[in-house]
Design a protein around this ligand. Structure first.
Ligand code: HPA
Length: 267
């Protein structure tokens, strides 16, 4: 694994000498943030050794290096999901690569279904905690160079970054929910009973990503900030469709983009 990470990093280094400070993972329908990046280099996932290739529509599959809010960032336009058939280790591989490229913190975003009855389609939810129901990417021999065997998961989502988000949101007039993200395997959206179950176990939103990447980031000691865009509300008469999820993501993405940019400026 370490060798794979190192060889991928050296390939990327052969394409660009850009050293990013911040890593960003863009979820379904949220790739629009890239338009705000002053792009210095872009590499297709399919060209990167050891990177899986993204298979879902709406995920373009590029690593983008550039300047955002005055800081050097690397953004993943499209991510890898467990439901696509990748192992949890493949899903988190790019996060490990970004850490070795130099990032000092990770911003994650996703589209998710609200299970908190107070949530509405289009809400932004700052992730304050998670419940991981996807096989853990740290299962297997521990790679001590990456982090400890038994990583602590208190404050998995950095409290100082959450406080910064709240201050910026108040200033910019962006409404934020705060809640617990449940990472499920997908690819089915939930039955009504499953949405009810995720609510009952303490979730506010449910999606099919993020928790593996956050676990890998925390294993390596990276502070994490995460936002879920609520693209549908689970406990409702309406059915969840991928088209709806993408369309709602696009609409709410502008507010999420604004929040990310202002936070990155103020890191
Ligand atoms: N469930 C799981 N994942 C999702 C949902 C949902 O309702 N909406 C967007 N991603």
């Amino acid at each position: 694994m370490l060798e794979q990470i190192r060889s991928t990093v050296s390939y990327i280094r052969s394409r660009t000498d850009f050293v990013p400070e911040v890593g960003i993972i863009l979820g379904t329908g949220l790739g629009g943030l890239v338009e705000n990046i002053d792009v210095k280099a872009a590499i297709d996932y399919k060209d990167i050794p050891n990177f899986p290739v993204s298979t879902v529509e709406g995920h373009q599959g590029r690593l983008i290096f550039g300047v955002l809010g005055g800081r050097k960032v690397v953004a993943m336009q499209g991510r890898f999901h467990f439901y696509e058939g990748y192992t949890p280790q493949q899903v988190v591989f790019p996060v490990r690569v970004m850490k070795f490229l130099g990032i000092g913190c990770l911003f994650v975003s996703n589209a998710s279904g609200g299970v908190n009855p107070g949530y509405h389609t289009g809400d932004l939810m700052v992730i304050t905690d998670h419940i991981n129901l996807i096989p853990n990417p740290l299962i297997g021999p521990n790679i001590a160079e990456l982090g400890p065997r038994f990583p602590d998961m208190h404050d998995a989502y950095d409290p100082a970054l959450i406080a910064k988000a709240d201050a910026i949101a108040a200033q910019e007039g962006i409404a934020l929910q705060h809640g617990c993200y449940v990472g499920g395997t997908g690819p089915t959206y939930e039955t009504q009973s499953e949405y009810g179950y995720f609510r009952a176990i303490g979730g506010d939103a449910v999606g099919m990503s993020t928790t593996p990447e956050v676990i890998a980031a925390r294993h390596m000691g990276l502070p994490v900030f995460g936002v879920s865009v609520i693209t549908n509300v689970g406990l409702s008469e309406e059915k969840s469709s991928h088209e709806e999820v993408q369309a709602e993501g696009v609409k709410a993405a502008k507010r999420m983009t604004k929040l990310f940019i202002e936070m990155i400026k103020n890191l």
